[in-house]
Design a protein around this ligand. Structure first.
Ligand code: ZN
Length: 74
């Protein structure tokens, strides 16, 4: 299980705070050629992609952390 650390506080693009609630999504993805922590809305708006070198999708789990669920190595 891969947990994103340290836990990002807000979206790097729109500054929307990430709620620490099960099911909340967070993306570590490339926007304008740079990596950033994105909310679901920004990930969609900037047409980001999942995959190695492009983006990873994380979901907040009740144990307390954003866990990698898609886009990373198996
Ligand atoms: Zn955002």
């Amino acid at each position: 299980m891969t947990t994103f650390s340290p836990t990002p506080k807000k979206c790097d693009i729109c500054a929307h705070p990430f709620r620490k609630f099960p099911g909340i999504l967070m993306y570590d993805a490339v926007v304008y050629g740079r990596w950033g922590c994105l909310c679901h809305e920004c990930f969609t708006r900037f047409n980001c992609k999942l995959g190695i070198g492009r983006g990873q999708k994380y979901e907040w789990k009740s144990h307390g952390g954003f866990v990698l669920i898609e886009g990373g190595s198996q």
